[in-house]
Design a protein around this ligand. Structure first.
Ligand code: LMR
Length: 399
């Protein structure tokens, strides 16, 4: 029989944890695995701005007809302005072409398919470490994948010297994946001087930057978080940018993101986008309407936009507060280790430094779920679980 010959696939290292967590009957279980924002009750809330946009749409929406292959043009315009800023030179010159995409992962996959067609032999270079699914997405499209040095465990930060030295040697025809902010999984981003060095190398070496911008607004704010992207685009003429509203608008399950192509001029951007449209047509034909309509409504309505900014600030503040609480909780229990690096990390994740054996111990013995490699979703900590998590981490360090 055909199906009986097929082996069970391994669980996904991140989403598989959520499945295991849901099945876990232990009442004290804590989910610090998948990167979704949670409030202090452990829910991933629909934002109020989104609920209000939903009410407006319910009244105003007259059709459920197909969107164009590249999605809603108005959505694309609003997103391009949010991602690059209204003053970005590429917007005035029409050098930016943008397609709606089914989430950030969908955007990455469309971009990877595009590379497979038009830069067939290009290697895609990724930071070590990177989000586990990056290798899966680009590999599935047939792109060869290699790593460049990024994280330095001894400083808990970016090894910008090693990174730039490696980027300098990457051939012009290759592609370099860069996380714009809130690096997943480490939470360590280059500072302004670091980005300036990356930008110089990009201009000199001539490889194509491919930005993953999934956490805009979760680092230092919507505008501050795009600084690295703009620094590179100031020097490098072309890039691909994948974005997502999963985190910053809480639209996880609506699958809404974008793929932007930054080209030297409108003609090149338009031609490249026409090819992206062919790719989308054969992958899923055209994108879903609802999530993009919500984003557009929030971005275009001054009151809803203001409400969104407040809600985004509140999410960022909760994560920052949790970082502080985790650091003090650990400091009270573990005297010989300094965890203050946790407050310097950006975004949702803390790269805790816990070894895989400790991660396994915490899951198996304590029902605390985190991603292998020691990535903790700090947003998943709650007032009621904080002491238990800190006690358990302290215990895990003794094994
Ligand atoms: C994560 O890194 O946990 C999130 O981006 C969710 C995912 O799809 O892996």
């Amino acid at each position: 029989m055909f199906f009986s010959g097929i082996e069970q696939a391994p669980a996904d290292p991140i989403l598989g944890l959520t499945e295991a967590f849901r099945k876990d009957p232990r009442p004290n279980k804590v989910n610090l695995g998948v990167g979704v924002f949670m409030d202090d009750k452990g829910t991933t809330p629909a934002l109020e701005c989104v609920k209000r946009a939903e009410r407006l749409l319910w009244e105003a929406e007259k059709t459920k007809g197909y969107l164009p292959i590249s999605g809603s043009a108005e959505y694309g315009e609003a997103v391009a302005e949010l991602v690059f800023g209204a003053d970005f030179h590429g917007l005035a010159s029409n050098g930016v072409a943008i397609a709606q995409a089914p989430g950030g992962t969908g955007a990455l996959r469309i971009g990877a398919e595009f590379l497979k067609h038009f830069r067939r032999d290009a290697t895609v270079w990724m930071p070590a470490p990177t989000w586990d699914n990056h290798k899966g997405v680009f590999g599935a499209a047939g792109c060869p994948v290699k790593e460049y040095p990024y994280y330095d465990p001894s400083t808990r930060g970016v090894d910008i010297g090693a990174m730039c030295a490696a980027l300098e040697k990457i051939p012009a025809g290759d592609v370099v994946l860069l996380h714009v902010c809130c690096h997943n999984p480490t939470g360590a981003d280059p500072d302004a001087a670091g980005w300036a060095r990356v930008a110089d190398v990009a201009a000199r070496a001539g490889w194509l930057p491919f930005f993953d911008f999934a956490y805009q607004g979760f680092g230092d704010g919507l505008e501050a978080d795009r600084a690295g992207l703009l620094a590179v685009l100031h020097k490098a003429p072309e890039a691909i940018v994948a974005t997502s509203f999963s985190k910053n608008m809480g639209l996880y399950g609506e699958r809404v993101g974008s793929l932007a192509l930054v080209a030297e001029n409108g003609k090149s951007a338009g031609a490249a986008m026409s090819q992206v449209k062919r790719i989308i047509r054969t992958l899923y034909s055209n994108p879903p309407r609802h999530g993009a309509a919500l984003v557009r409504t929030v971005l275009e309505d001054a009151d809803l936009r203001e409400r969104w900014l407040q809600e985004l600030d509140a999410m960022r503040a909760r994560i920052a507060g949790n970082r502080q609480k985790l650091v003090s909780g650990l400091a009270r229990r573990i005297e010989d280790l300094d965890f203050s690096f946790i407050v310097r990390q950006k975004g949702m994740f803390s790269f805790s430094g816990l070894a895989d054996a400790q991660v396994d111990f915490l899951r198996e013995q304590k029902a605390i779920y985190m991603v292998k490699g020691g990535r903790i979703n700090v947003a998943g900590l709650m007032a009621e679980s904080l002491d238990y998590v800190c006690d358990s981490i302290a215990e895990s360090l003794k094994i």
